[in-house]
Write a protein of this length. Structure first.
Length: 447
């Protein structure tokens, strides 16, 4: 039975769900194990260690997301060539995209290691958290190439319409991650540094297994390894899309760094609370991300096939699904917020702050879903100009909202969560306006 999904024909809703559901289950499973990882840190190492890991989250993702964005952009090019039924172009896009992703990651990793300590100090990271934060981030950034080599075959398989195979390797990675966590934390007493090493080892093993599977399963990978050469034309096409997309993802987390700087000024309880709500939001965003990934692949394939009329149909289906899911989440977090936050830590102050924070952001989950669907659609179309604009708008929104709202006396620290929520709303409006403008229809590169 074929694991690929050709999205250029058939019912858009069924196609998106058939692609997104297995991907969603896999990523939720992975995020669940990441939550277990944080629970291990919070309960077996301590609340300060939990906050230390949280203090590095945004700044680490500035660098990681730059590389991931480039890999995702390469996958968009793959999906367009695949949609155009161009086997040689698909193989060339795989080869050139992989080379570009690896080289860019090496450069970014070196830069990240150089600036880790200065940035964490600049972000006003509390002295009590600084040593663990530096340790965790240094290890993570030093192993960034492992993360990307793990992600590249996943991204390409999804671009080919295969959302099912990566689940196997996500499960393997997640189980290994927890197993290594327990070994390094309980047996070797390596603290937060041990959890960083555990994640890298798990991703490295899963990435190697996924790569060998892809080569054995798909001729595109075999051609990319044996026949396709470095092609300047294809490389330029990839760079045209993936560089702006890389910066888009990086800008999003750069804006989060600014937010983290403000958060750090409120002390460890607020840092811990924001870390807890952020972890929960990362988990509940996975269906949005899965559906968005399906939307990007759907758009890329249909752009490649010259079927732009099908894309609006797919978007309407995706937004209906997002609406139902957002309402469900709103009910869950307003009914069981305290119970959910109690999973992470036992500190009462952190739990109370986290519950009120998730109440604020949950009101805007539909805005988040809408922003995700439209962003992935525009990315799938190869709209690189929007990628840069979206990243800049995220930075501006977070800067304006966080400094204005946290300085209003009756809002104070809650302005942190209002900033996240209102940023989702503004980027959703921006993406909708860009979509309605229609320029994305002419951004395809596979002819």
């Amino acid at each position: 039975m074929s694991t690929q999904t050709n999205m250029t024909n058939g019912n858009p809703t069924k196609l998106l769900l058939s692609f997104a559901i297995p991907l969603m289950l896999g990523t939720i499973f992975q995020q669940s194990f990441i939550l277990v990882d944080r629970i291990i840190v919070g309960h077996l190492i301590g609340s300060n260690a939990f906050s230390s890991v949280g203090a590095t989250g945004s700044v680490s993702m500035v660098f990681t997301s730059l590389c991931l964005g480039i890999a995702i952009g390469s996958g968009i090019v793959v999906s367009q060539f695949y949609g155009a039924n161009d086997e040689g172009g698909t193989a060339s896009a795989i080869r050139n995209g992989t080379i570009i992703s690896i080289l860019s990651t090496i450069i970014v990793s070196i830069l990240a290691l150089v600036v880790t300590k200065p940035i964490l100090i600049l972000l006003n990271t509390p002295v009590s958290l600084l040593e663990d934060s530096i340790s965790y981030m240094s290890i993570s950034m030093g192993g960034l190439i492992i993360v990307i080599l793990y992600y590249i075959p996943f991204s390409i398989l999804r671009s080919l319409g295969d959302a099912k195979s990566p689940i196997i390797f996500l499960v393997i990675c997640s189980i290994l991650n927890i197993a290594f966590d327990l070994v390094f934390v309980l047996a070797f007493h390596m603290g937060v540094g041990g959890t960083a090493i555990a994640s890298l080892l798990a991703q490295g093993i899963a990435g190697v297994l996924c790569f060998f599977y892809a080569v054995k399963k798909y001729s595109y990978f075999k051609i990319a390894l044996k026949q396709a050469k470095f092609d300047r034309t294809v490389a330029k096409q990839i760079l045209k899309i993936c560089i702006p997309m890389g910066f888009q993802y990086s800008f999003i987390y750069l804006s989060s760094c600014i937010l983290q700087w403000v958060i750090n000024g409120f002390g460890t309880s607020v840092i811990g609370a924001f870390t807890a709500t952020n972890q929960i939001e990362n988990l509940i965003q996975q269906p949005f991300t899965a559906l968005g990934t399906a939307m990007a692949t759907y758009t890329g394939q249909n752009i490649g096939a010259g079927k732009t009329d099908r894309i609006k149909q797919g978007l309407i289906s995706a937004l209906k699904i997002c609406t139902i899911y957002s309402l469900f989440l709103l009910i869950i977090f307003w009914s069981f917020g305290k119970t959910i936050m109690n999973i992470f830590v036992s500190d009462i102050a952190i739990i109370e702050n986290a519950v009120r924070g998730i109440h604020i952001t949950s009101i805007f989950f539909l805005s988040l879903g809408m922003a995700q669907m439209l962003r992935y659609l525009l990315n799938g179309a190869g709209d690189s100009a929007y990628s840069m604009v979206n990243g800049i708008v995220e930075i501006v929104c977070r800067l304006v909202f966080v400094f204005v709202l946290t300085n209003i006396s009756f809002i104070g620290q809650w302005g942190i969560w209002w900033t996240t929520a209102l940023t989702w709303f503004c980027t959703a409006i921006l993406a909708f306006c860009r979509f309605m403008g229609g320029k994305w229809k002419d951004r395809g590169i596979a002819k």
